[in-house]
Design a protein. Structure first.
Length: 300
């Protein structure tokens, strides 16, 4: 039964990775941009939630009311002021721009908050550790279940928005070909800014669960970026539901790896990621090379 529990915990953990990766997947799917500041932005959101919760003595869920619109504005500004301009110089420039932005965010957080770790767990009472006990070896944490349910709602909401709404159809049309979409009256620049805002809303929600389920510090961003990137690539770049599958695969691999060896949590996840990447590359599927070629092609 202990292995059942490890797989179950991995599936629930995969919900967090899917939530973290869906914004990265959305930005690449629409704009063909790999946002290297993605992890740092999620940590920035976690710090923003911590500041609101600390100063106003409110729950992080209440703090999200203020942080989510702020993250949407960050996404809109990032796209219009940085990414749209840098993309004109080629596909490599947005990578460098977002890498520089990640460095600025990380060091800015360090200068502001210092190196001490923070957590949102003290602001959610017993939610951080209460669980449903199924048996002696199997338990489901309230927070883990809420994280997975939120991931489903977030991915499902984005899916319905993209498939059913007029703005969603405009985003999908722009993702296919911005020039042709422009011929029928779609403003590609506004659509890209909207997609970036939506991606940052997802990042803000992921930052909330990052802060509630674990501690974070100013330099936690790169690790979150790696997890998001692995979930996106495993599930298929540009696919929201694929990101959920990729997150679950990554989460199960890490959970089972941790059971096999104390240092197996990260190693098992990376090995599964590399194995899937190599198998897809050898079969002509989506590997890093093809992903980067698609970025260069879009920037040409």
């Amino acid at each position: 039964m202990i292995w059942v529990n490890q797989v179950l915990q991995g599936i629930l953990l995969g919900g967090y990775y899917a939530m973290l990766g869906c914004g990265l997947s959305l930005m690449f799917g629409v704009m063909r941009i790999i946002n290297l500041a993605h992890g740092s932005l999620s940590v920035l959101a976690a710090y923003a939630l911590w500041v609101v919760a600390e100063r106003l003595d409110v729950s992080p869920f209440v703090a999200l009311i203020a942080v989510i619109p702020a993250m949407a504005l960050v996404g809109w500004g990032l796209q219009t002021a940085v990414l749209a301009r840098s993309l004109r110089a080629g596909a490599l420039v947005p990578l460098l721009a977002t890498f520089g932005l990640a460095t600025v965010i990380d060091n800015g957080l360090f200068q502001t908050f210092g190196a001490d770790t923070r957590s949102l767990a003290p602001y959610i009472d017993t939610l951080s550790y209460d669980s449903w006990v199924i048996s002696d070896d199997v338990a489901i944490g309230y927070l883990a279940a809420l994280t997975f349910a939120t991931a489903l709602l977030l991915l499902g909401g984005l899916h319905v928005f993209l498939m059913r709404s007029q703005l969603g159809r405009a985003i999908r049309a722009t993702a296919e070909d911005p020039d042709i979409a422009g011929l029928v009256g779609v403003d590609a620049r506004a659509v890209h800014a909207l997609a970036a805002a939506l991606a940052m809303i997802a990042v803000g929600i992921a930052g909330a669960f990052l802060g509630m389920r674990a501690t974070f510090d100013p330099y936690a961003g790169p690790t979150q970026l790696i997890f998001a990137f692995e979930a996106v690539v495993i599930g298929g770049v540009g696919s929201l539901w694929g990101t959920l599958v990729g997150g679950i695969v990554l989460g199960v691999a890490q959970s089972v790896g941790a059971q096999i060896h104390p240092n197996g949590f990260l190693i098992a996840g990376h090995l599964v990621f590399l194995a899937i990447l190599i198998s897809r590359a050898s079969a002509g599927g989506l590997g890093v090379g093809r992903l980067l070629r698609s970025v260069r092609g879009r920037g040409a």
